[in-house]
Ligand binder design. Sequence first.
Ligand SMILES: Cc1cc2nc3c(=O)[nH]c(=O)nc-3n(C[C@H](O)[C@H](O)[C@H](O)COP(=O)(O)OP(=O)(O)OC[C@H]3O[C@@H](n4cnc5c(N)ncnc54)[C@H](O)[C@@H]3O)c2cc1C
Length: 452
Amino acid sequence: MADYDFDLLVIGAGSGGVRAARVAAELGARVAVIESGKVGGTCVNAGCVPKKLLVYAAEFARAFADAPGYGYAHVTPAFDWPRLIAHKDREIARLNQVYERALQTAGVALLRGYARFEDEHTVSIGARRVSGRFILLAVGSAPRKSDIPGGELAITSDEVFSLARLPERVTLVGAGYIGLEFAGMFRALGAVTQLVHHRDQILSHFDHDVREHMAGVLRKQGMDVRCGVEVRRIERARAGQGLIAELSDGSSVLSDLVLFAIGRAPRTAGIGLPEIGIELDDDGAVRVDEYGRSSIEHVFAVGDCNGGTTLTPIAIAEGQAVARTMFGPAPVPIEHRNVPTAVFSLPAIAHVGMTEEEAREGGRELDVYRSQFTPLKHALSGRDEQCLVKLVVDRRTQRVLGCHMVGADAPEIIQGLAIAVHMGATKADFDRTLGLHPTAAEEFVTLRRAVR
Ligand SMILES: Cc1cc2nc3c(=O)[nH]c(=O)nc-3n(C[C@H](O)[C@H](O)[C@H](O)COP(=O)(O)OP(=O)(O)OC[C@H]3O[C@@H](n4cnc5c(N)ncnc54)[C@H](O)[C@@H]3O)c2cc1C
């Protein structure tokens, strides 16, 4: 057998790469991870973690606004964006260290620099060359940029986390989960917020009741939600008073910041993949089989770069599976069923399992249960914001196929329900479960009459 520097070379120390490296090392492999940026990848540095910290900051603003109903005097607290960003940076730096230590403890070598393929088993990092018996692509994805005139005046999610000041007026382009999270955060922190979406409804791929409900909630919050329009051009307003985004319906919006959240593209360009025969799809994602294996037997791809669902737990699960396939006793197929998903908007959205539309595909008959109600907290806060809970049930088997929620703590609640859905719980199981009172979550076990 040929002699390689490492049993496994991992390109990318993000969620998928780090997990794969650690599991492979535990299984006895000699592993190196190559990273051009900060250890921890998108989730830690420019995704889940910093995003959630900013959303927490925005939740305080909502709590201050709700407090007078609970007997507190009206206050307009002084808010310091640079201070928030500095505290967030400190926490991210701590997490970078935690990740680095975890690699070190596992005996994984960390090689700093940008990796490019030289041949099927060799990668260059600047002038250095390293070889691996297996190579794992865990290079993640990057925000898509707009190529409209003036598109360079806009930012993407990557830059939000280091903005020098909180903008007074923000235009979010794209109402997917990332767009909605930043829109909610900026709105709660006091910015005039406009949401521009090219489809006729926000949040494609979510349940239609959730999409409608949430659009209504955002409009009630005073957000300008414009669907079915695109941004055609961006230019500076006269006298430097912000940016004007011209829309396809002939209207325009003025703001201090335009943020494109129009999706992400796999970071697979420029590293020599087609040159060594690795097949990519039309979006540039690495084509993989059910084991995460690319068109080259010993090169695998996990996480955002393989065109699957772009979520941290997916990248982690795939990293673990491919490491076991390479170095464990038997190949482990990658399978994702009932993936719980959250949008950390304000209020939050979460679901597990099928949307009503997905469940109806193939003519399946359904019982749909839904409740819209004012959460107890808002009885005194006076906030005009309703919760939505919804169950999608297979009429024949009575299995719960999907649980959906819009409301405070929805992600925490849906994580628990995901276990039940995963285990194949029926509506009768939900009905037999005692409620935990008084909570919003108890609605899930007290839904008695199908609405459809
Ligand atoms: C704003 C935002 C919010 C998000 N929120 C959530 C959330 O709430 N929940 C959730 O589950 N997911 C969320 N995600 C998605 C999640 O962050 C990603 O799905 C996850 O990080 C993907 O992990 P990965 O290992 O595939 O790639 P990444 O974590 O992106 O890691 C890839 C790494 O590879 C490195 N790299 C790339 N090319 C090279 C090269 N040639 N040489 C060396 N190194 C290289 C990069 O620097 C990077 O560190 C969010 C993403 C964004 C952008």
